[in-house]
Design a protein around this ligand. Sequence first.
Ligand SMILES: NC(=O)c1ccc[n+]([C@@H]2O[C@H](COP(=O)([O-])OP(=O)(O)OC[C@H]3O[C@@H](n4cnc5c(N)ncnc54)[C@H](OP(=O)(O)O)[C@@H]3O)[C@@H](O)[C@H]2O)c1
Length: 332
Amino acid sequence: MRVLVLGGTVFCSRAIAAAARRRGHDVVCAARGASGAPPDGAALVTIDRNVPGSLEPLRGERFDAVVDVATMSLGWVRDALDVLAPTSGHWTFVSSINAYSDTTTRGGTASAPLLEPLLESPAVDSPDTDPNAYGAIKLASEDAVRATTGDRALVVRGGLMCGPGDVMDRFGYWADRFARGGRVVVPDVPGHPAQIVDVRDLAEWIMRCAEAGTGGTFDGTAPATTLAKVLDEVAGAVGAPDLEVVGLPAETLAEAGVGVWAGPRSLPLWLPESHWGIADRDVTATLAAGFTARSVADTARAALEWEKTLGLDRDRRAGLTPEEEASLLASA
Ligand SMILES: NC(=O)c1ccc[n+]([C@@H]2O[C@H](COP(=O)([O-])OP(=O)(O)OC[C@H]3O[C@@H](n4cnc5c(N)ncnc54)[C@H](OP(=O)(O)O)[C@@H]3O)[C@@H](O)[C@H]2O)c1
């Protein structure tokens, strides 16, 4: 197949381009090249989607499959559909589980209630940077893709992505931290769900769907488990011999100003109970459509290798600094 990846220079879209190459396809990536280079064997067409008409050089080109990961711009998605859909086959749009309106109820499927799509905002013409608009822009983008490409459309609502190339520092925090060893603070929250997806699994599945012409809307994530099991598996795979896990209750962490999920002074993957629904999606349909997940241990080993290339002692976007963790342990 001839495959176009709108993106392809970093993380998820790069993994998709790499999976397409591995599967023997002719791959073109279209991006600025600012985030990195496409995988070996894939061509790069240099475009800036913020520049009107930047996709015009691709108009009329025939692609059997297009993959778009546009993060927060309906305008980008509409332009791509306008220029490329008339001469393209299968169309994948990578969306997000942030599209759902109910973050609490566990076991939701792709037909669960959704946010209102955001059609009127700066995002119609250019990228929006308001994180609160993320899910609603994804939904407006999904709708545009389905309206234009019909049953050729595959919409994948990604869960928490991890693995090689991850620049969000969330799952990687745990691989890095357990590998450094010593006393490690973890949230002690019994029954806390967790759900992650290795971008390599997601990429492989998306390409298999493209080959098979699979359409529809799916949650793109592995089956749910518990946070305790995920952390156990990461520790088992990459933990240092002197690792000692110290569980602290949610109340203790909150009182100490430790944040949930992501960001500075946080414990990544930890969620308030009001958001456990986003870490416990029912992915029966995704599995039936052929998705398979590798072990958390495998992801942890790859994440640690990736962390080493970034530098284990770097300032991180998520997690506790060694000083913050030491002060928590001292007062625990
Ligand atoms: N991370 C998660 O846990 C998570 C969870 C759910 C869903 N998602 C979704 O998964 C996707 C992740 O995509 P990704 O890993 O490929 O990362 P990304 O950071 O969204 O980058 C996407 C691609 O867009 C390109 N790009 C950025 N600005 C551009 C511009 N002005 N013109 C042309 N290309 C541009 C980048 O290349 P250049 O910079 O080289 O141009 C890159 O190749 C997104 O749709 C995200 O919303 C992520």
